[in-house]
Design a protein around this ligand. Structure first.
Ligand code: 5BU
Length: 264
């Protein structure tokens, strides 16, 4: 099926190349799943891509939690992700002033050279988006920023008026790919979607087929509910990487998310 047909208004209103790329990958894979690959060894990470690559559209990393990280092993891992037709998303949650964020895109991990997407808080002001974009352009690459408009964890401080300001500033910025919304609360997500409109994507962590409370204040909502409430990508971690059969679980999340998109 053509991406324009499946995504409808979201496709028409969203002309950022990276957003279109994501929507096309999701159609090829028939999956709105971003795997949160929170494993702490390179072997565990590589194994995950081999097992679930065909069922997911993007791969979310926390590059700084890998125990045996080396630049060479990471390069090979990213090449494997690209070969599996996955966008690579470093969930770094940048929060500093623009100039420092630009430098943090380089450094030991050199995030600018392999990431397609990164997360950022807008707490320090809108220049952080320019800083991150400058980081990618320093490396001759393009990428998109996902701004944290909501979070999935209980007791977080991203109150509705803060969310509204993040959305107002983010909507107007070409370097913003979209927003992080709370996948565990469809009603909050629906409000976020109403504020965002169709012009930016919303990606949602806090999603699990087993709805309820997770570890250390994490909360989970249902994948189908999240997509129907306006999520364009469900971010799933332990629901897949801690499952006895990760491939089967990834397929279940892919089917639930794709069916919900078609119904939407
Ligand atoms: P889980 O195992 O499905 O709970 O993993 C969730 C992932 O999403 C994990 O990598 C978190 O860092 C990430 N996350 C989140 O859980 N909640 C948020 O609000 C944001 C990111 Br932003």
């Amino acid at each position: 099926m053509q991406a324009a047909e499946v995504w409808g208004q979201r496709w028409t209103a969203n002309d950022l190349p990276m957003a279109r790329t994501y929507m096309e990958v999701a159609c090829r894979k028939q999956s709105l799943v971003c795997l949160a690959a929170d494993r702490s060894t390179m072997a565990g990470l590589n194994e995950l891509i081999e097992q679930v690559g065909p069922h997911i559209a993007a791969l979310k990393t926390h590059v700084d939690l890998v125990d045996d990280w080396t630049a060479e092993a990471w390069r090979a891992f990213c090449a494997k992700a690209q070969a599996a037709d996955l966008l690579i998303f470093e969930d770094r949650k940048f929060a500093d002033i623009g100039g420092i964020s630009r430098k943090q895109m380089a450094g030991v991990y050199d995030i600018r050279s392999w990431s397609d997407l990164v997360t950022a808080h807008l707490i320090s002001g809108p220049d952080i988006v320019d800083g991150l974009q400058a980081g990618w352009s320093d490396a001759g690459r393009e990428g998109g920023v996902l701004l944290l408009a909501q979070m999935s964890s209980r007791g977080n401080l991203l109150a509705p008026d803060y969310t509204a300001q993040v959305v107002a500033k983010g909507k107007a910025h070409a370097g913003v790919f979209g927003f992080i919304g709370n996948g565990s609360r469809p009603e909050e997500l629906a409000l976020l979607r109403a504020a965002v409109g169709d012009g930016k994507l919303i990606w949602t962590p806090g999603v699990n087929l087993a709805v309820g409370d997770g570890e250390m204040g994490q909360r989970y909502g249902d994948p189908r509910e999240a997509v129907l409430a306006g999520s364009d990508c469900i971010i799933v971690g332990s629901g897949i990487h801690k499952a006895a059969k990760p491939a089967e679980q990834a397929q279940a999340y892919a089917e639930a998310s794709w069916q919900a998109l078609c119904d939407r």
